[in-house]
Design a protein around this ligand. Structure first.
Ligand code: ZN
Length: 80
């Protein structure tokens, strides 16, 4: 399992928006909740998209994903 820890490690595709290449906030930063996390085929986070690049469909899906992620964080197993 990959540790996202304190965000100080390089995270490859997670470091910039996949579309406009804007620098992403750390995954533990509050602003990152507005970003879309894209999962790769292996179920790991593979890329991020900034709020300005999201489509309407993605924004709606993100709302659902964010709620699910928050539930997992509260259970302490968001990154398992
Ligand atoms: Zn972008």
């Amino acid at each position: 399992m990959r540790s996202l820890g304190d965000g100080s490690e390089p995270m490859g595709g997670l470091a910039n928006c996949a579309r406009c290449r804007r620098t992403a906030p750390g995954l533990d930063a509050h602003e990152s909740l507005a970003w879309e996390l894209l999962l790769g085929d292996d179920g790991e986070f593979a890329a991020v998209v900034c709020p300005d690049c999201l489509t309407g469909t993605e924004l709606r899906m993100r709302e659902e994903d964010t709620q699910a992620l928050l539930r997992r964080i509260r259970r302490g197993r968001a990154l398992e």
